[in-house]
Design a protein around this ligand. Structure first.
Ligand code: NAD
Length: 249
């Protein structure tokens, strides 16, 4: 008989929809207690309820990841419910399209506030306890557009590239102290975010994918599950690409 140490809690930001929702459900199925953050309190609660209905443990915490107070509250709620947060998945995000000459400083600031500041704040909030414990995992959801750039998405592509850079830099600092930091850079995935992009863009994109189809949120969640697991012990500062073959590195 083996006695396994129970998994520490996973904080998933943007867990109310799409990829974040799939990640929360997958990690719960893997055995993690889940702290489901989202800007939308109803969807955060719905995913936590779905986890509980499936026999898992979850709490919902509404909050904006670009707010230091909200992020700290999410981490505190996780600690109160489950002791400690041992896994952080930064998934909260939004997309907005516009030719570069139409983008405003406000568009840019919001994009970087949610994606870059949000990931920074959450990593900052969980890291001290992870370092003290000598273990922890962080997975940041970037995008292949942070690797290759996307037309009408200069601010989004820049924010996603920044996430990849932060992932590498933090991984260099903390991996020898037991904390693994990696990223995923999905290609087009069937979620409400992609449905919000123009039909023209979606048709062109689907036609050029080697796999011939967009991915499903579960297929990204499987990669996050792997990166979180001990099977990924040698993955440090990497960016894995569940992208239908759109980007081959
Ligand atoms: N769908 C894709 O094709 C795709 C591809 C690559 C990367 N991504 C990234 O994956 C992540 C999830 O995207 P998705 O497609 O599942 O989108 P989605 O719109 O279905 O889900 C995003 C969730 O994040 C939440 N959110 C937005 N801003 C927030 C904030 N400030 N604080 C907390 N929560 C916030 C939203 O309420 C929503 O529930 C995003 O970071 C996105 O950039 C998506």
């Amino acid at each position: 008989m083996t006695t396994e140490t129970p998994l520490k809690a996973a904080l998933v930001t943007g867990a109310g929809s799409g990829i974040g929702r799939a990640i929360a459900l997958r990690l719960a199925a893997d055995g993690y207690p889940v702290v489901a953050n989202d800007l939308n309190a109803d969807t955060a609660e719905a995913v936590a309820a779905a986890v509980r209905a499936a026999g898992g443990r979850a709490v919902a915490v509404a909050g904006d990841v670009s707010s230091e107070a909200d992020v700290d509250a999410a981490v505190a709620a996780g600690r109160e419910a489950f002791g400690t947060v041992g896994l952080l998945v930064n998934c909260a995000g939004h997309v907005h399209q516009g030719l570069f000459e139409t983008l405003t400083p406000a568009d840019f600031d919001r994009m970087f506030a949610v994606h870059v500041r949000g990931a920074f704040l959450a990593m900052r909030a969980v890291l001290p306890a992870m370092l003290e414990a000598g273990e922890g995992v962080i997975v940041n959801v970037a995008s292949q557009l942070g690797q290759i750039g996307g037309v009408e998405l200069v601010h989004y592509s820049g924010a996603k590239a920044a996430i990849i850079g932060m992932t590498k830099a933090l991984a260099r600092e903390v991996s020898s102290r037991g904390v693994r930091v990696n990223a995923v850079a999905p290609g087009p995935i069937n979620t409400p975010l992609v449905q919000a992009l123009s039909e023209d863009w979606r048709a062109r994109k689907a036609a050029e994918l080697p796999l011939g189809r967009f991915g499903e949120p579960d297929e990204v969640a499987a990669v996050v599950s792997f990166l979180a697991s001990p099977a990924a012990s040698l993955f440090v500062g990497q960016t894995l690409g569940p992208n239908s073959g759109d980007v081959m590195l």
